[in-house]
Design a protein around this ligand. Structure first.
Ligand code: TRP
Length: 449
């Protein structure tokens, strides 16, 4: 029924822009630098790259394969491909993860708007490092502003999603992604021409094996899943809108390369500056919000670079929040049989409630803890380090062992019209390498083995 009137991407570039737009986000520019900073620098990057190649690409391609062959939301896709079997649970967990991710992610996206506003209003100028640290802590502990910016960001996200795939998501990401790329290149050039930039580049690119630990590896896996938008059905959903003539293998490879490149470029933009100004790299979630404004106000042209940077962050966040909201909207509209508009409103309202709690994690709701973590902390940790790897595990197992090699082959070769010579490698990866790697890293990281 939905198949005929289902929306779809209109062009090859549109597919890449939308999927790369989903992948490239706060995960690359905010999360990657601070997680890398806390996990010893270069060694983290090295493990990260290995895991992205061995696990990330197979999971991403598996999601595209499931989505395009079923042409449904994640839950509906598993129902369709494995009728009467419990695989739909993987889809349902994915939808739940989408709620959780969107709630805390949009809170951070809201912070980027506050900081964009501050940058424009020249709010960092003349402040000492204590002032700037305090500015972030005070803002985050407030009630009104974090919630207000969160809601504004939620509205922008809904506005795009409500317009659909081709006229909403594709239209915006096609313009925003090239712009984002130019912005980050400008910031990179500024960073590597700072005196003392070499120290930062060394931290980023020179692996120090002594800093390796089980948690570092789990963090790298979690970061990889988070950054590539895999493990919960975002790319099943986007895959369901990809045309039959696109090459899924190429798409997955291009999106992974783009995402990895931007993460590295973000590191190159941030660490030289962090080291040039003698700031400890293990600052945590505040890294870009506390250290960068300080750096901007001390460096030549800082006023403009601060605006460009927070604009970059907001754009990167927006092309990602729309992809997560789309998962829930596709689910609601297809499974409850309601219009896209009604589904978007329903999804945004429910996420909005959870997000208001997450936004209060440092303020009005900071007394509330589960396992010593705030709402925000719980949402971030459980999704990235538990639900996504778990989802990814079942997704590759499904494609490797249950979907049927014939069917996978047909999907990846576009019904036999493409060679897709990588197929045997892909099958080997999804059957053995990826599931094993996820299981080992996961159990090891949680201290089970
Ligand atoms: N990948 C995005 C980022 O790096 C965030 C994101 C979008 C995401 N969709 C996702 C993370 C699905 C996990 C799962 O910022």
């Amino acid at each position: 029924m939905q198949t005929d009137q289902r929306d779809s991407f209109g062009s090859r570039f549109g597919v890449i822009a939308a999927a790369a737009g989903s992948a490239i986000g706060l995960g690359n520019i905010w999360r990657f630098p601070y997680v890398l900073g806390e996990n010893g620098g270069g060694i983290f990057l090295l493990i990260y790259l290995i895991l992205v190649a061995m696990v990330g690409i197979p999971v991403m391609l598996s999601e595209f394969t499931i989505g395009r062959s079923a042409r449904r939301n994640p839950y509906g896709s598993f129902r369709k491909l494995a009728p009467g079997k419990p695989w739909y649970l993987v889809g349902l967990v994915g939808i739940a993860a989408a709620f959780m991710i969107l709630a805390f992610y949009t809170v951070v996206a809201g912070w980027t708007l506050e900081y964009l506003y501050q940058a424009i209003a020249n709010g960092f100028s003349g402040k000492s490092s204590t002032d700037i640290n305090q500015m972030f802590d005070t803002f985050r502990a407030g009630t009104f502003r974090p919630i207000l910016w969160f809601l504004i960001f939620m509205l922008m996200t809904s506005w795009i999603v409500i317009s659909g795939i081709r006229k909403g998501i594709e239209k915006y990401t096609k313009v925003l992604m090239p712009f984002l790329f130019i912005l980050i290149l400008i910031l990179d050039i500024r960073a590597i021409t700072l005196p003392g930039a070499g120290e930062g580049l060394k931290f980023l690119f020179k692996p120090d094996i002594s800093k390796i630990s089980a948690e570092t590896i789990l963090e790298a896996l979690g970061q990889g899943f988070f950054s590539l938008s895999i493990g919960m059905g975002t790319l099943i959903t986007y895959g369901s809108y990809i045309g039959n003539r696109e090459r899924l293998g190429n798409t997955a490879l291009n999106v992974t390369l783009a995402d990895t490149l931007i993460a590295i470029l973000a590191g190159v933009a941030i660490f030289p500056a962090v080291f040039a100004f003698h700031i400890p790299p293990g600052e945590g979630t505040g890294l870009v919000f506390k250290t960068l404004p300080l750096i901007f106000q001390e460096m030549t042209g800082g006023y403009v670079f601060a605006i460009l940077f927070f604009l970059l962050l907001s754009i990167a966040a927006l092309t990602s929040t729309i992809s997560v909201l789309e998962v829930i909207v596709a689910f609601f509209s297809e499974e409850l049989n309601i219009s896209r508009k009604a589904a978007t409103i329903l999804a945004s309202l429910t996420v909005g409630l959870l997000g208001v709690l997450a936004a209060g994690s440092w303020g009005w709701f900071s007394q509330f803890h589960i396992l010593k973590q705030s709402v925000f902390g719980i949402l971030d940790f459980t999704t990235a380090n538990i639900l996504l790897p778990l989802g990814g595990f079942f997704i590759v197992i499904f494609v490797g062992w249950f979907m049927g090699t014939q069917k996978v082959q047909m999907e990846l070769s576009n019904g036999g019209s493409l060679k897709a010579g990588y197929l045997p490698v892909f099958v080997f990866l999804v059957r053995y390498v990826a599931p094993l790697a996820i299981a080992l890293v996961f159990m090891n990281g949680l201290g089970w083995i």
